[in-house]
Design a protein around this ligand. Structure first.
Ligand code: NAD
Length: 360
């Protein structure tokens, strides 16, 4: 693999290969862009089948974080770590201590947190070696579970979409098909119920389904049937790539807006939704509540009220993305990238002014 050439393609700043034989650590830290501030992005542990696969994933995810952080109004750049290993067998105290020392060696250019395969307890160990870690359980002032704030942000995004489609953000009487009733889905179901929406729900975990049927009077359908139910809003909050050639012909909704990451199977599926007149709330914009919540820790001790206020940006971002999409007649997923790039470009220029104490 031509690594430097690959980095040049999307202008990555730095790729750090971390190896520690004693603990078995093999990790790659990718830093995409630090125009807005230190790179912030979680650590993923996954049994990659090749180093190339791990490098590609680290690069892809780091760039995604640049866009997500920029659009969320955060003063952070984009970065991500992948640890090559099986999270069920390869975790150890030594491995996370070794990883923490590599993070520390970057002196704050990169700040890490949890991602797929990593839990709060792992990050607690990392925090013994570096202060550049967020979402830690053991430290006073940390933000804890981001899911309730993510759910609140998704509600804001859904309301902004409703305003566009029906002229009012009211969800009373609207039917929402909610896929996934886990950490985020459960809180989101409660919000939607409180707003007066009718809920049709699906999850492969029966206990999760029973809970919302009992507590909120939701109607349950089989997991495969959720795509085709008659509804106003389809809310994917379980898996990625659920907007694809198989599901698009089934959708009977006006809006797709939910928390799941990487909802579009491919970009062309975003083009297809646009041509069908289904309003799609880009995933990394509407699910940014979690990262906004984590970023609040870096303002000093975590403050939930301040984090909730910051999450309101999701409503305004969705409005702005819709405006760009209409102005340029482009799908919303492309408009989201324009919004993020605009902030990086503008603030990059503002921050180029020489300050004697900053020595940039
Ligand atoms: P979770 O694992 O707690 O919940 C996912 C739920 O989806 C589970 O209840 C699971 O049983 C269900 N599910 C899995 N496969 C399914 C299928 N085929 N059909 C129906 N249901 C299925 O995860 P979460 O933290 O609630 O996150 C949900 C989504 O939101 C994920 O895509 C995640 O990446 C994304 N997200 C979460 C956060 C956060 O703060 N937790 C932030 C941003 C994005």
């Amino acid at each position: 693999m031509e690594i430097i050439n690959s980095m040049e393609h999307y202008d990555y700043e730095q790729l750090v290969f971390c190896q520690d034989k004693a603990s078995g650590l093999k990790a790659i830290i990718a830093i995409h862009d630090t125009t807005l501030g230190p790179a912030l992005g979680g650590t993923r542990m996954w049994p990659y089948t090749s180093e190339e696969e791990a490098v590609i994933d680290a690069l892809r995810l780091a760039r995604g974080m640049t866009f997500k952080n920029a659009a969320a109004g955060l003063n952070f750049g984009g970065g991500k770590t992948v640890i090559i290993g099986d999270p069920r067998k390869d975790k150890s105290e030594a491995l996370f201590r070794a990883f923490g020392r590599f993070v520390e060696s970057l002196n704050g250019r990169y700040i890490t947190a949890e991602d797929v395969g990593i839990c709060v307890e792992d990050m607690d160990i990392v925090s013994q070696e570096t202060k550049h870690v967020n979402g830690v359980g053991a430290i006073a002032g940390s933000s804890g579970d981001p899911s309730p704030i993510t759910a609140f942000g998704v509600l804001k995004g859904i309301q902004a979409c409703a305003k566009e489609v029906w002229g009012s953000e009211q969800l009373k009487g609207k039917t929402v098909a909610l896929q996934g009733l886990g950490h985020v889905g459960y809180y989101l179901a409660k919000h939607l119920h409180q707003e007066g929406a009718n809920l049709i729900v699906a999850d492969i975990n029966e206990q999760n389904v029973e809970r919302v049927v009992k507590e909120l009077g939701a109607t349950a359908v089989n997991p495969d049937a959720i795509y085709g139910v008659e509804c106003d809003i389809f809310t994917p909050t379980a898996l990625g790539a659920i907007i694809n050639d198989h599901t698009i012909p089934q959708f009977k909704c006006r809006i797709i807006a939910g928390a799941a990451n990487n909802q579009l199977g491919e970009n062309r599926h975003g083009d297809l939704l646009h041509s069908k007149g289904i309003l799609y709330a880009p995933d990394y914009i509407i699910n940014a509540g979690g990262v906004i919540n984590i970023a609040d820790e870096l303002n000093g001790d975590y403050n939930k009220e301040r984090a909730l206020r910051a999450v309101e940006i999701i409503y305004r971002n969705i409005e702005e993305i819709i405006a760009i999409s209409k102005r340029d007649n482009i799908p919303t997923y492309k408009a989201a990238d324009i919004l993020a790039e605009r902030r990086i470009d503008t603030l990059g220029k503002v921050r180029s002014t020489f300050l004697s104490h900053a020595r940039r």
